[in-house]
Write a protein that binds this ligand. Structure first.
Ligand code: SAH
Length: 412
């Protein structure tokens, strides 16, 4: 590995590295040294202004210029990747999601949370879906795949690489999605004993929202006898859990027709012929406004007074703020969406509401939901405060890794 490329930081810019923060912003760099010019994805050694070794990481063009792999002087070789992946697997065994009889879906590597910035690996049965979010991880993909094979052993049959949309377009890497090793058409994996089709070829993210596993279980606990509305359902995870929990009726809504197909297939896989479920391809805001409005029925359900029948509502929208600049609009969006749910949900209803925007913090989200409750003039109690599950760990030195937050609310 070419390690003769060095980055020297400006004076005083080594402080965050002293606190093990794994990012170096471009503004912190004084100059670079090396026989050849830096290329995106290069491994670089990072030194302080007075020449002290600080870290080794991947360099690329952009505001986050270096993603740190180690704060020790060590080789980034095959054995390095193997040790890091083995450590990640150990954590998944500890929390009980790996090597489990009734669970074969979990996140093995969660970027900075596993000291592997720029890398995501999700396990779906015998297939691993690997995603690079940095050029450096893209450059190392074959080494990482080899280490992954070693670490997972017999339990793995294929590694699918899905980085077409997660790498900087400008780097012109010409990357294509495809199998790095093996091949598999077995797209069914299981989460807490429920089966799901995973569309790693065309689906969002790596094919499934692994991060809602624990929150889906909580929905199952509350679902008995309830009429459930699962907004932004995608593959229908929440819907399938609600059905197992004994819901009286479950309606799933997503603007994408493909998502509606997926949710129907997943319901069919677990509860064939179950007519408690129905899915609608419709815009969320429009559905919330018009479903059960005077004279309009939805599916097999009737509401004579023009009110929603739902007493368990899940709002899990896509990230409204992808960047800090979009924050104000995003908060307004969350308020508007939640206000509509508060306005319409049955008395005694339970609202599960989420935000997966990294740019929106817990307090801001809570304020947006609080504003919504006040607008709808409902009495609301917080029952649970939710977050991402343990296989999406947050590196304590990298609080930016905390992104998923949710509230479970009791609406009087
Ligand atoms: N709850 C899901 C994940 C949701 S991802 C799960 O547990 O897996 C967000 C989903 O919102 C996507 O499927 C997307 O198609 C859908 N979506 C985005 N904008 C929408 C809108 N305006 N109305 C309805 N659905 C929307």
């Amino acid at each position: 590995m070419n390690m003769n490329k060095t980055i020297i930081l400006r004076k005083g810019k080594e402080e965050s590295l002293g606190r093990f923060h794994p990012w170096i912003f471009s503004g912190a760099i004084h100059h670079t040294e090396g026989d050849e010019p830096l290329e995106e994805g290069d491994l670089v050694e990072v030194l302080s202004s007075n020449g002290r070794f600080l870290a080794i990481g991947h360099w690329q063009i952009g505001s986050i210029a270096v993603r740190v792999l180690t704060f020790r002087h060590q080789l980034i070789d095959q054995s390095f990747w193997q040790r890091r992946l083995a450590a990640a697997l150990d954590v998944r065994r500890t929390i009980g999601v790996a090597d489990s009889k009734d669970n074969s879906i979990y996140r093995l590597v969660h970027g900075e949370g596993d000291n592997l910035p720029g890398l995501v690996i999700d396990i779906y049965g015998t297939t691993a879906v690997m995603q690079a979010h940095s050029v450096g991880m893209h450059v190392c993909r074959d080494e990482v795949a080899k280490a992954l094979k070693e670490v997972m052993g017999e339990s793995l049959k294929a590694i699918y690489y899905k980085s077409e949309t997660t790498l900087p377009f400008k780097a012109q890497l010409g990357q294509e999605n495809g199998f790095l090793w093996g091949e598999s058409t077995d797209d069914v994996a299981c989460e807490n004993g429920l089966a799901f089709h995973i569309d790693w070829l065309k689906g969002q993210k790596t094919g499934f929202f692994v991060d809602q596993r624990d929150n889906r279980s909580l929905v199952e606990r509350y679902a008995k006898g309830r009429k459930v509305l699962n907004m932004f359902c995608y593959t229908g995870g929440f819907s399938v859990y609600a059905l197992r929990g004994g819901a009286e009726l479950v309606h799933s809504v997503d603007s994408s027709a493909k998502a509606v197909e997926l949710v129907n297939a997943n319901v069919q896989l677990n509860f064939p012929g179950d007519n408690r479920h129905e899915a609608f391809a419709e815009d969320a805001f429009k559905f919330m406004e018009t479903a059960f409005a005077e004279g309009k029925e939805t599916g097999n359900s009737k509401s004579s007074n023009g009110k929603w029948p739902y007493d368990l509502v899940i709002l899990d929208p896509p990230a409204f703020a992808k960047h800090k600049d979009a924050l104000r609009n995003a908060l307004r969006g969350y308020t508007k969406l939640n206000a509509k749910a508060f306005e319409k949900i049955q008395p005694g209803g339970i609202l599960f509401t989420f935000s997966c925007s990294q740019a929106v913090n817990k307090e801001q989200f809570r304020t947006a939901v609080f504003t919504a409750a006040a607008m709808a003039r409902r009495k609301v109690r917080i029952l649970h405060q939710l977050h991402q599950p343990a296989d999406h760990p947050v590196n304590i030195y990298h609080p930016e890794g905390e992104y998923l937050k949710g509230l479970v609310l009791y609406v009087e």
